[in-house]
Design a protein around this ligand. Structure first.
Ligand code: AMP
Ligand code: ZN
Length: 466
């Protein structure tokens, strides 16, 4: 029986979907003003494992991840680059899809884009206004949180501030109270992208997109809604206010799941600190499978402190798994041992029990690690046969259906002549301190699935899955 930690009730609960075995699952997607960063990767790997584990457990999951392709950051970035909003979004979405694929993340069933749902958004806001939950001002349409009695039920935020009767002017907007939020932003300057609406030309606020697109693609009630902890307030609180006001009190989401935030070397990632790591940047230096293994080793709610040292440690453990699997694939001697079946069954049961307990991956790995040690010992003692190897491999393949971290082919592969030449050429460039040209070769090879590591003993290479 699966149990999940529900942020809404701050406890673990038995997982009972709304419609028997069919699950509607929505996770807040990226704002596509640039390529995704490794914090996104952390969250989407975590939810990929959850989704795949639900499927492994016999559920049919419809998975929706939105793409925020209209946002103040996208507008300013597009202006800065002198391209349109759509060109910028298209470019970054293509990179995002490629990165998700490299990280072993299964495609969502739908990736709805905000700019393709403007009509639905306008209709939704109209209903909120008709029902008295929204009001219009000179610069937009706002949600009146004083009208929604349950406001704060997810985040625990208290609405203290009373309406004063006079409009507050924040740095940018005019509204009745500071916590009211924009559903629709009126166009202020003709250069801003805008769509027609009953309130004149403008664009949607941020929170409304998730209420509208989740209901369009999954219905008014979702089984699971995810995102990282940073979104609990105000984003998810506001989604509840919008959706439940719109549908008339039906609970919007049954289980709210929140992944832990990823920091870099102990600090929040930010462009100004210079510790911002985009996914393509990570994949130039590191095996995507190793990053996935990093995330898959931890509970989805854990905060992750990404560091080079941490990655190196994880890579070593993954290498041990690769060697173990290779050994199993090549295993050709020894007598069958009836103890192996028990070892395999015990591991399978323990992994499932761990995953059923709010996807407790560290416990699952402890069991698998125990199995690896036990099996290696039997192999060393010659008490292990070919069929035993097949049984262990079968279990690992089965679990890899949701873990997606193992490699089941033998050998590290070979480099082509051209690739060997490129590595030599790069070493020469490095000796001449021509870093930029050397880096261009690193990128070229990374694109072909070859990662380089410059060690004191020379450049080492590794072939990774692309
Ligand atoms: P954003 O592009 O910032 O709107 O975020 C898209 C998704 O990634 C949301 O579910 C966020 O909660 C999640 N996310 C953003 N930054 C991080 C981070 N540093 N660590 C983990 N998840 C993150
Ligand atoms: Zn959202």
């Amino acid at each position: 029986m699966l149990r999940v930690y529900n942020t809404l009730h701050k406890k673990k609960e038995e997982f009972k979907p709304l419609r028997d075995k069919k699950i509607g699952m929505y996770v807040c997607g990226p704002t596509v003003y640039g390529p995704g960063h490794i914090g996104h990767a952390r969250t989407y790997i975590a939810f990929d494992i959850i989704r795949r584990y639900l499927e492994y457990s016999g559920y049919k999951v419809k998975y929706v991840v939105n793409l925020t392709d209209i946002h103040d950051d996208i507008i300013s970035k597009a202006n800065e680059l002198g391209i349109t909003l759509f060109e910028l979004a298209d470019k970054n979405i293509a990179v995002f899809f490629k990165d998700m694929d490299s990280l072993g993340i299964k495609k969502a069933d739908v990736y709805p884009r905000v700019t393709e749902h403007i009509k639905e958004i306008v209709d939704f806001v109209k209903v909120l206004q008709e029902k008295g939950f929204a009001y219009e001002t000179d610069d937009g349409v706002y949600y009146d949180i004083s009208k929604f009695k349950d406001y704060g039920k997810l985040s625990g935020i208290k609405v203290k501030e009373q309406k004063t009767g006079t409009r507050v002017k924040t740095d940018k907007y005019e509204k009745d109270r500071v916590q009211d939020f924009a559903l629709w932003k009126k166009q202020k300057d003709p250069s801003e992208p805008a769509w027609d609406s009953p309130w004149g030309k403008g664009r949607p606020g941020w929170h409304i997109e998730c209420s509208v697109m989740s209901s369009k693609h999954l219905g008014e009630q979702l089984d699971i809604h995810g995102g990282a902890v940073d979104l609990i307030f105000p984003h998810h609180e506001n989604e509840i206010a919008q959706s439940e006001a719109h549908s008339g009190k039906k609970p919007f989401v049954k289980y709210w799941l929140h992944s832990g935030f990823l920091n870099v070397e102990g600090q929040k990632m930010s462009k100004s600190l210079g510790n911002f790591i985009e996914i393509p940047q990570l994949l130039e230096k590191r095996d995507a499978r190793a990053f996935r293994f990093f995330v898959a080793g931890l509970h989805y709610k854990s905060r992750i402190d990404f560091s080079e040292k941490g990655m190196e440690k994880v890579e070593k453990t993954l290498e041990k798994w690769d060697n173990f699997i290779e050994r199993l694939l090549e295993w050709n001697n020894g007598k069958e041992n009836s103890a192996v079946e028990k070892i395999v069954e015990k591991a399978r049961k323990e992994v499932i029990a761990a995953m059923d307990d709010d996807f407790m991956l560290p416990n699952a790995w402890a069991s698998l690690q125990g199995m690896q040690t036990a099996v290696n010992k039997l192999m060393n003692e010659g008490k292990f046969g070919k069929n035993d190897a097949a049984a262990v491999l079968e279990l690992l393949k089965e679990l890899d259906g949701f873990l997606q971290v193992f490699k089941f082919e033998k050998g590290g592969g070979e480099l082509s002549k051209e690739q060997q030449e490129l590595i030599k050429k790069r070493e020469k460039l490095r000796a001449e301190k021509k870093w930029e040209e050397a880096d261009a070769i690193r990128k070229e090879l990374a694109g072909q699935g070859i990662l380089l590591d410059d060690t004191p003993a020379g450049t080492k290479w590794k072939i990774v899955k692309k």
